[in-house]
Design a protein around this ligand. Structure first.
Ligand code: NAD
Ligand code: GLY
Length: 360
């Protein structure tokens, strides 16, 4: 089964194609849409090794000249250093504005290549070909692109919508179990945001989902992309509170990533712990009925996701959460569930309630 969705923002409309065929079909689509002077394929070493040659061959066999940009796998590649290397490489390749940058990989390569595409020559067309579950259901859609600074994640970035998102759920078969589970955290997030039916499916079909049969994953990825496309349509630049709801679990999650140095806990794992903690916070302040946090904890465990917060002092938690981009002045902001299927943004959470959730 294949799916076609459109993402419409204030500036552009672009398609998300899910399960639309082989690499040769991707090459045909790129050629038909762009007739590019060159395709620059960006990937980390792992993904380049797994899929780079096949994608390159498909593009070259229909007459597209292809060049490669590669980086080591992992969050540390989302840096100004690697961005600078890639800008210089693009200059050495004499890339012009009729070239297309294809980001083949997870959220790290998608965010990094997207940032380079947004900035080189004041903007190159970008195609996202996400290869992790997290990137297929979240990061490849919506145009948030960025690199990290030592002071924090995604501190330098912009909105640069792709021209096309090409998703093949079959590539998820080579993903490690840990990375697959990390992606499931974002799937669970979408269920809390908008879809109690999706939550029930996740609860009753974990064996099927974990088997990663592309016919099972296709509809799942499609549903998440539908929700993300709708959220991005309503609030493309995160200005009216709708897009910020995608940050459910992320105020605590980002703090965990910061406090653990970004290299021990995966983004999705941090979001899993963050969602359970923030659901408890919503219960504590009377925003949602008791029971949601326990339900989330159970579903996260079905997908081998961590749910217990790591231990840090209150001062560490507070200083990490005070850096969150959603905050208003010095009030820590959260996207909290009102009920399953409805999340709202608030910066009015009493500090004692936050303390009680993260204290050791
Ligand atoms: P990632 O890009 O680091 O990929 C995880 C690992 O999986 C890497 O080692 C990679 O080499 C490997 N991999 C990728 N595809 C594979 C495949 N098909 N088979 C085998 N191995 C494969 O991590 P991620 O979880 O995809 O992305 C995390 C990043 O995404 C973070 O930087 C986060 O901030 C960002 N993010 C961005 C947005 C957004 O809206 N832009 C949303 C969520 C997360
Ligand atoms: N992943 C959060 C966003 O796209 O806004």
């Amino acid at each position: 089964m294949s799916y076609h969705l459109d993402v419409t923002t204030d500036q552009a409309t672009y398609p998300i194609l899910i399960g639309a065929g082989q690499w040769s079909d991707l090459a045909d689509t790129v050629q038909a849409c762009f007739k590019p002077t060159k395709v620059v394929l960006a990937a980390d070493h792992t993904v380049a090794e797994l899929y780079g040659a096949a994608v390159r061959l498909a593009l070259e066999s229909i007459g597209c000249p292809v060049s490669l940009l590669v980086c080591p796998p992992g969050e540390s590649s989302k840096s100004t250093d690697v961005a600078t290397d890639w800008w210089q490489a693009l200059s050495a390749m004499a890339v012009d504005r009729h070239a297309v940058l294809v980001a083949l990989g997870g959220g790290v390569v998608g965010d990094l290549a997207g940032f380079v595409a947004a900035t080189y020559l004041r903007g190159l067309p970008l195609v996202q070909v996400p290869t992790t579950l997290l990137a297929q259901v979240d990061s490849s859609v919506g145009g948030k692109v960025a690199v990290n600074l030592p002071a924090g994640k995604n501190l330098v970035g912009c909105f640069w919508q792709p021209k096309l998102v090409w998703i093949d759920p079959a590539v998820l078969l080579t993903l490690s179990s840990r990375e697959f589970s990390a992606g499931m955290a974002e799937v669970i997030k979408y269920a809390v945001l908008r879809d109690d039916g999706l939550m029930e499916r996740l609860e009753t079909s974990s064996d099927e989902v974990l088997s990663r049969d592309p016919d099972t994953l296709g509809p799942l990825v499609h549903r998440c992309c539908q929700i993300k496309a709708d959220v991005v349509h309503q609030d493309p630049r995160e200005t009216n509170g709708v897009r910020a709801t995608l940050n459910f679990g992320h105020t605590v999650g980002h703090a965990i990533e910061k406090l653990t140095g970004y290299d021990t806990v995966l983004h999705g794992e941090a979001v899993s712990m963050g969602m359970v903690a923030e659901a408890r916070l919503a219960e504590r302040i009377g925003w949602t009925e008791a029971g949601l946090a326990d339900r989330l904890e159970r579903v996260a465990r079905l997908y081998d996701l961590p749910t217990e917060l790591p231990q840090f002092s209150w001062e560490q938690w507070q200083s990490a959460m005070l850096r969150d981009k959603k905050n208003i002045a010095d009030r820590i902001a959260f996207a909290l569930p009102r009920r399953l299927g409805c999340v709202e943004l608030t910066a009015d959470v009493p500090i004692e309630a936050i303390h009680s959730i993260v204290r050791c």
